[in-house]
Design a protein around this ligand. Structure first.
Ligand code: FES
Length: 124
C-alpha cells in the first residue's frame, strides 16, 4: 500500500503511519494501533503457548487480544507469538513498538520530550 493510499484510507485521528525500519522494502508503511497505555507491562509467559498480542489497542484485556479489532477501521489483526522459554516478558501496550509484541522503548521517545530525557539523563 502506498503512503498516499494510506492517507486517503485512514481517518486523521486514527492515523499512525510509520515506515518500517526493519523492512527490506523502503516504502513499506506500517499502520500502528491506538495507544492503550503509555507504559509496557511485565507478563509471565509459558513456553510454547500461543498468545495473541493486541495490535489495534482496542482490547480491554491488554496487552492481549479480546476480539475488539473486529470493529477497528484500520483492519489491524492480533500478533500471534510464542516464547521458547517460560518467564517474565515486557510487552508493549503503547502499540508503537517496532519489535511487536515486545517493548522497545519507543514509548519513552514518543511520550517524553528530548529536553526532559536529557534533564533526567535518560539515554536510549
Ligand atoms: S510500551 Fe510500547 S514501546 Fe514501550
Amino acid at each position: 500500500m502506498s503512503v498516499l493510499n494510506c492517507l486517503k484510507r485512514f481517518p486523521l485521528q486514527t492515523r499512525a503511519l510509520f515506515v518500517n525500519p526493519t523492512s527490506k522494502f523502503s516504502s513499506e508503511v506500517v499502520v500502528k494501533g491506538v495507544i492503550a497505555k503509555r507504559i509496557p507491562t511485565y507478563i509471565e509467559l509459558k513456553a510454547d503457548k500461543t498468545y495473541a498480542w493486541c495490535s489495534c489497542g482496542l482490547s480491554k484485556k491488554q496487552p492481549f487480544c479480546d476480539g475488539s479489532h473486529q470493529s477497528d477501521p484500520n483492519g489491524l489483526k492480533p500478533v500471534k507469538f510464542t516464547v521458547a522459554k517460560a518467564g517474565r516478558y515486557l510487552l508493549c501496550r503503547c502499540k508503537q513498538t517496532n519489535n511487536r509484541p515486545y517493548c522497545d522503548l519507543t514509548h519513552v521517545k514518543t511520550f517524553i520530550p528530548e529536553s526532559i530525557r536529557n534533564m533526567m539523563k535518560i539515554k536510549l
